[in-house]
Design a protein around this ligand. Structure first.
Ligand SMILES: [Zn+2]
Length: 859
């Protein structure tokens, strides 16, 4: 297997040969000499390569860890690809004219050769430490966050001082001297995951959206080739953020920097795995190269103040600021997926204004929006504004609940860990799959249904899990992960492996997630079909629902682990509430029905006003005869907690005609003060027609006609209900030919049939006296309780860039009844905004009570 990989010398031979073959495109330079006196080389690739340093550039480093051979191999294949396709692929050709690629295929040649010849799993370089041990982990030897250690034999020993090593010094000096670098990749193995850079805190950075979008767009290219989806993970609290890495050094220089962990092994089977890893990363890198210019000084600047100005059930209005310039337009991207691509697939609008209305959305659904400015003349694009997250409002008959996994019923049960299984609950991550030491492991996720009304009718549901640590998990392309709803009576102890593994289920939920789509750092979810929603609904009476997550039950050939890890948001390894498993349920409740009889029935013709009878048609002279009726809708329950869902007028006629004429009968919703005269009724204000007109042929004295209120009429009715007004209707006839002497008498058993549900209409008041303090090294928020029995809780959100306008517009800090919370992961040094939204059981959210954290202020 090792023979299929290029040795360092073979790699150098290849590079010098290709330089000879493509002298205008490729230049190989030496940037340093290793401890064992090998050359460290960097390849410049650009059209007219002597001008390479004058153009914006992408930096690639590979194999900084000796045993991670993919870096070197991919670089060689990519260089060859670029050389062969430079004049074939027009995008590549354009990019090579405008930009440059710098590649160090192997940043650790000594270690690489040692790994090839002596010890496959060697990671460090080959320098002799002062105490005789060998090697420094080069990816811990950069200056940012460098940490001193005396454990020189450690695999992650960071050296005596930052840049003590020839290899790190070589790349540092090159990067320091090349301010034209805008994007950097450091290729490692394994895990199939992107790790964008961070600034040693757990908060969003202004270019966080850029890094996520760059990785997500590369992911789309990867997916097209192999169907694989990489994770995107910026280091999640409280996981240890690594110190002294190259990525953070590049990032500190203002470069968008990302580690890419490729494949499922350090040294994969070349034929089986390595080639597909290489093949899928070539188009990904080619895409990344096309973005280099967009992060240079030639690109337009980033859109500012990108935010939500309105949210309805099916529409969202976004707004932003940008200094007026003729050549600028904006690209808006929308997705319902976490960390999704911003490319043609998700581009929903190209606009010139500083606002945009997105219609035709689904109600109560989470949407992510991103925006970038584009220069029409050059085609260069700006960086992305920080992502905006929105959940659309509810439809009239809808409610939702975000149910968080319950601590004591969420954990995993292992086949060989029976004594420990109990202790996993509410404590460890969810291990699901199989490995040699734990055996088969199933996850259990339990939810309390106390907050769901017993008559809830579940319309939609999704269960979300946050996948973590694919790197340690070593997931091969093998097997799938399933969610199933367990039958309540089929197990007795949720901490018992046998009970859980053999529990009967109501079937699997949604679609299984395949091994190669388990994306570390990107929320996964299973979506319930309507049949599965009905199964879930049956569990409401039990007050609880238990789900089982299971993976492969046997190991792939020759492997010792096929185990995925999901966060449970509890315990010392959990990321807190933001990462807790969520059951997102959209539901409605049983409608109630009320039938109202009219309080007035009148017939108005030119000659008279007749009380207590309802007729319409034409008199002998062809003048209209109007039927008028009104309803006292104050008989309906309290408008502040009642929402009208449907309404219809039920009516039948008591006479009919043998010979039909072309006469039709309309019902109008009207506004009229008095109906004492023909003039009054002629001067009525028409609001809307109710339902469709009926023709004489449809009239039959035995059958009722139903005139259904459309949305506008329903809204009008709703307003009248709230304002305590009467519902006023007119029945009138219309004919194309001058009809005379034609009068329909309507039966007096006419009814208004109203269907409604109990639902609060308005949000509780917003919290007052929100203030920041510092306690136990954390930011603490306090606010006054809102004195209203309808308050179900407070939802607290942090946003690093703008005031959160909506409860989804930032990082979730808290949801519950307390009137304080700690922000466990907030940095004292970074400006940020908080908002507290009060909510009821619908939930309706108040406007946010907001507070600004300023690092320069004392709290
Ligand atoms: Zn590595």
């Amino acid at each position: 297997m090792k023979n299929q990989y290029q040795s360092y010398q073979e790699s150098l031979d290849f590079l010098y040969q290709i330089q000879k073959d493509y002298p205008n495109l490729i230049e190989v330079i030496k940037i340093g000499t290793t401890y064992e006196e090998r050359d460290i080389v960097l390849v410049k690739i650009s059209q007219d390569v002597e001008k390479a340093d004058e153009k914006p550039a992408m930096l690639y480093t590979g194999s900084i860890h000796a045993r991670e051979w993919i870096g070197n191999e991919l670089a060689l294949k990519f260089i060859e690809y670029v050389a062969l396709n430079q004049h074939i692929d027009p995008q590549l050709e354009k990019n090579l004219n405008e930009a440059t690629i710098y590649m160090v295929p192997c940043l650790n040649p000594d270690g690489f050769e040692y790994s090839r010849k002596h010890f496959s799993f060697w990671r460090k370089n080959r320098r002799k430490n002062h105490d005789g041990t060998i090697g420094v982990d080069l990816n811990r030897n950069f200056s940012i966050g460098w940490s001193k250690s005396t454990n020189t034999s450690s695999n992650i020993y960071g050296g005596e001082a930052p840049f003590s090593e020839a290899e790190t010094r070589a790349i540092k000096e090159f990067v320091d001297a090349h301010e034209n670098i805008t994007i950097a990749f450091d290729y490692h193995s394994q895990g199939n995951v992107f790790f964008p850079a961070h600034k040693f805190n757990h908060e969003a950075e202004i270019d966080g959206t850029d890094m996520n979008a760059l990785c997500a767009n590369m992911n789309d290219e990867i997916f097209k080739i192999t169907g694989r989806k990489y994770g995107i993970h910026r280091g999640k609290p409280p996981a240890q953020l690594i110190s002294g890495s190259g990525r953070e050094y590049y990032y500190s220089k203002g470069i968008i920097a990302t580690v890419v962990e490729v494949g499922t092994k350090n040294i994969p089977d070349y034929m089986k795995s390595m080639s597909s890893s290489v093949n899928e990363n070539i188009p990904a890198l080619k895409y990344a190269f096309s973005e280099v210019i967009n992060y240079s000084s030639k690109s337009p600047h980033r859109v500012s103040a990108f935010t939500i100005s309105d949210v309805q059930a099916t529409s969202v209005t976004l707004s932003w600021e940008y200094e007026e310039r003729d050549v600028i337009y904006f690209e808006i991207f929308r997705s319902v997926q976490d960390k999704d691509a911003c490319n043609k697939r998700t581009l929903i609008a190209t606009v010139g204004d500083n606002n945009f209305v997105d219609n035709d959305l689904e109600s109560s659904t989470n949407y992510n929006y991103t925006i970038r400015a584009v220069n029409k003349k050059t085609g260069y694009k700006s960086s992305f504004a920080p992502i905006v997250k929105i959940r659309t409002a509810l439809e009239d008959d809808e409610f939702f609940k975000l149910l968080f996994a319950e601590k004591n019923s969420t954990g995993y049960v292992g086949q060989f860990t029976q004594e420990l299984n109990r202790t996993h609950f509410g404590n460890n991550s969810l291990f699901v799959g199989i490995n040699k030491s734990k055996g088969i492991c199933d996850g259990v996720v339990g939810f309390d249904f106390d907050s769901l009304p017993s008559d809830a009718i579940i319309k939609e549901a999704r269960l979300y899990l946050y996948p973590m640590n694919r790197v340690g998990a070593k997931i091969e392309k093998f097997g799938e992960w399933n969610l199933s709803l367990m039958k309540n009576e089929s197990f007795s102890d949720i901490t018992d492996f046998k009970d859980i593994d053999s529990a009967k289920t109501k079937g699997t939920i949604g679609r299984a997630i395949k091994s190669h789509n388990l994306t570390q750092g990107i929320w996964d979810f299973w979506e319930f079909s309507s049949h599965e929603c009905a199964s879930l609904q049956e569990e409401i009476v039990n007050g609880k629902a238990y789900f089982r997550v299971d993976g492969p039950k046997y190991l792939p050939d020759g492997e010792d682990s096929q185990m995925m890890q999901f966060d449970i948001g509890y315990g010392q390894y959990g990321g807190g509430i933001h990462y807790r498993p969520i059951l997102d349920v959209k539901y409605t409740v049983t409608e109630q029905k009320m039938k109202l009889s009219p309080s007035t029935l009148t017939t108005i013709s030119t000659s008279q006003v007749e009380e207590n009878i309802l007729k319409s048609g034409f008199d002998k002279d062809g003048n209209r005869i109007y039927g008028y009726l009104d309803f006292d809708i104050s008989a309906l329950p309290d408008p502040s907690t009642t929402v009208i869902i449907k309404c219809a007028l039920k009516i039948r006629n008591s006479n009919s005609f043998k010979k039909k004429k072309d006469t039709r009968y309309y019902i109008e919703l009207v506004e009229v003060d008095e109906v004492g005269s023909y003039e009054d009724i002629k001067n009525r204000d028409k609001i809307e027609y109710i339902g469709y007109e009926v023709s004489e042929s449809e009239l039959n004295s035995k059958e009722y006609q139903y005139f259904n209120f459309d949305t506008l009429s329903k809204l009008a009715l709703d307003t009248m209900h709230q304002e305590g007004k009467k519902l006023k209707l007119v029945i009138r006839a219309a004919s194309s030919a001058g009809v005379t002497n034609r009068v329909v008498t309507w039966n007096s058993d006419v009814e208004l049939v109203v269907k409604y549900i109990d639902k609060r209409r308005t949000a509780p008041a917003k919290a007052k006296n929100l203030y920041i303090s510092k306690e136990n090294g954390m930011i603490k928020l306090n606010w006054d309780a809102v004195d209203d029995s309808a308050v179900t809780g407070y939802y607290v959100v942090r946003n690093s860039f703008h005031i959160p306008k909506h409860f989804t517009d930032g990082v979730k800090i808290y949801g519950g009844k307390d009137t304080y919370t700690f922000d466990n992961f907030a940095s004292f040094d970074k400006e940020k905004y908080y908002a507290v939204f009060t909510y009821d059981d619908v939930p309706n959210f108040s406007n946010g009570a907001t507070v600004h954290y300023n690092p320069l202020e004392k709290y």
